[in-house]
Design a protein around this ligand. Structure first.
Ligand SMILES: Cc1cc2nc3c(=O)[nH]c(=O)nc-3n(C[C@H](O)[C@H](O)[C@H](O)COP(=O)(O)OP(=O)(O)OC[C@H]3O[C@@H](n4cnc5c(N)ncnc54)[C@H](O)[C@@H]3O)c2cc1C
Length: 414
């Protein structure tokens, strides 16, 4: 069998599966991507509702992710950059804290903001300098502790943690207690310090769409895999596909018999989109609600981000609660007016993403190619193998593809 005739399948057209397919394509191999949904992108999705672009959960691309530079044409994505700052509401009062190294206009505002002491703000600066110098390998080799412990050990005051780090990183880690590994904190803080938080002008889904565009005819939608055993993929419709190499770019424990089931829970988030008469901040910026017992975590105005977008506010709720959807809608509306003086109008849509981010016993940067090989025929990808980010998802897809290529080219035929 000629090298290029081997049958390769990838299960899942999320960014990890797409990165695997692109890596194989670059090396001259045509993999078939099998996707259960009617659309590509997995967790990276945008609903277009008339003139509105409603991302499935607030999600940003950090443009300094090494994988973003490698897999995406960032110029073509026409990225909208968020200001390197946050508007924080504490007990109805507005504070602005920003990165003065990037934009001097935030220097004074940050110093006078009632969010931590001057010493806290100096520590933010020194931490940013330290992490710019620390390379990714060292970050992911560092001993792990919780982010909360890390911030306390660095000397930040309880006030600074409560009024800035907790609300800001709750929106990123999708958990409220800062229990996520300090490695992930350092990685994300470094990415925020070195680059920008961005959203493509067409919505977050433009990311997988750009990737999928290069894979013409290679993606089979509405194709659900039931099981993978050795060189056979069984679809739920009963069809069997012969596959010399299969990359499973989604949790594999449900597809491969006898694999131990992962017990790690997933973090979830609810996103509420309201129309509003509020004109927004006149720039893309993240709003944080740091009031005690508030369910609303972060918000932004879509009309600040997307050109000619109707006035819409997006609010993320991360904290666990037992409210009904109607009660949650009212609660968020009340918090917006009481805390941030923003009047939310009609609810446009409420999205609940139950499996938003995987959780880990230990965070890694990305898999090496050899680590992705499960059996002679089966390879693993997806963010859930190392850390919950677009960066890890893409890099793990690439690693699995490289492992397949090296198996083929080193003569390890199946
Ligand atoms: C609300 C939210 C906010 C986030 N914020 C950020 C952020 O700001 N920055 C960041 O870097 N990351 C963020 N992430 C994480 C990022 O979206 C993920 O890390 C990334 O999308 C994971 O990609 P993946 O391909 O590994 O998995 P997925 O996107 O889950 O893709 C897996 C694919 O496999 C398919 N599939 C599953 N089972 C089968 C089957 N049996 N047969 C066929 N197909 C199957 C699924 O339908 C899916 O399309 C966020 C995620 C969410 C949900």
């Amino acid at each position: 069998m000629a090298h290029k005739d081997v049958k390769i399948h990838i299960i899942g057209a999320g960014v990890s599966g797409l990165a695997a397919a692109l890596t194989l394509k670059k090396a001259g191999y045509n993999a078939q991507v099998l996707e259960q949904a009617a659309t590509i992108g997995g967790r990276v999705n945008t609903t277009i509702n008339g003139a509105m672009k409603l991302d499935h959960g607030f999600q940003v691309l950090l443009d300094h992710y090494p994988a973003a530079q490698e897999f995406l044409n960032l110029d073509a994505l026409d990225l909208v950059k968020f200001s390197p700052a946050s508007v924080i509401y504490i007990d109805g009062k507005k504070h602005v804290i920003g990165d003065a190294q990037r934009d001097m206009k935030y220097a004074w505002k940050t110093i006078v903001a009632g969010v931590g002491s001057v010493s806290d703000k100096w520590k933010v600066y020194t931490l940013s300098r330290k992490l710019k110098q620390k390379n990714l390998i060292d970050i992911f080799k560092s001993p792990e502790k919780t982010t909360l412990q890390y911030l306390q050990d660095y000397g930040f005051s309880e006030k600074m943690i409560k009024s800035f780090f907790k609300p800001f990183y709750t929106g990123i880690f999708l958990e409220t207690q800062l229990q996520t590994s300090s490695r992930m904190f350092e990685f994300v803080f470094k990415m925020f310090s070195e680059g920008n938080a961005t959203i493509p002008a067409a919505g977050i889904k433009a990311i997988p769409e750009q990737m999928a565009h290069q894979l013409d005819g290679q993606i089979r939608l509405n194709t659900t895999v039931k099981e993978v055993v050795a060189d056979t993929i069984q679809l739920v419709n009963g069809d069997n596909l012969k596959s010399d190499y299969t990359i499973i770019a989604t949790p594999a424990d449900v597809l491969v018999p006898n694999l131990p089931k992962s017990n790690n829970p997933w973090h979830s988030v609810q996103t509420l989109y309201f129309d509003t008469d509020d004109h927004g901040f006149d720039q893309p910026i993240i709003g944080l609600i740091a009031g005690d017992d508030c369910l609303s975590n972060n918000f932004h105005f879509l009309n600040d981000v997307f050109e000619n977008h109707p006035k819409v506010i997006s609010v993320s709720v991360v904290a666990k609660h037992d409210l009904t959807k109607d009660q949650l809608e009212e609660r968020v509306r009340k918090e917006l007016i009481e805390q941030a003086h923003i009047k939310a109008g009609d609810l446009i849509q409420m999205m609940e993403i139950k499996k938003a981010l995987p959780t880990f016993d230990s965070i890694q940067y990305a898999m090496s190619p050899t680590e992705t090989q499960l059996t002679q025929n089966i390879f693993l990808a997806g963010d859930q193998l190392s850390n919950g980010s677009l960066n890890a998802a893409m890099l793990n897809g690439k690693a699995a593809a490289q492992a397949v290529i090296s198996n083929i080219e080193n003569g390890i035929f199946v």
